[in-house]
Design a protein around this ligand. Structure first.
Ligand code: FES
Length: 110
């Protein structure tokens, strides 16, 4: 893995998200109430809703358009809905958010 610094956790709203530019376009970086971070595609597989504008609760995000809920660990839709979002490895180090650059590079080459 090749980790790149994509910003400080304080730049991401609590229970919200921020968009980060990568080789494959913008991805959403989410911050939970417990100050955990997750990264995933910004586009909802239902009808393309902007997940970065959704509400983060627990380790999930609710799409702002039709309220589908996605687990940020697995990317799987919860409940009766059937869908999946791509997630990307991120970690925190001294408040800095590190994204696995090789993961987003690899996906762009596929
Ligand atoms: S576009 Fe996300 S739930 Fe419909």
């Amino acid at each position: 893995m090749s980790w790149i610094d994509i910003g400080h956790i304080d730049e991401v709203p609590l229970r919200g998200a921020r968009l980060v530019k990568t080789h494959i376009g913008c991805i959403a970086v989410f911050r939970t109430a417990e100050a955990e971070v997750y990264a995933a595609t910004n586009s909802c597989p239902h009808k393309g809703g902007p997940l970065s504008e959704g509400i983060v609760h627990g380790q999930s995000v609710t799409c702002p358009l039709h309220n589908w809920v996605f687990d940020l660990n697995t990317g799987e839709a919860q409940g009766a809905d059937d869908g999946h979002i791509t997630t990307y490895p991120v970690r925190l180090e001294d408040g800095r958010i590190l994204l696995d650059d090789s993961a987003v590079t690899r996906r762009s080459a596929a």
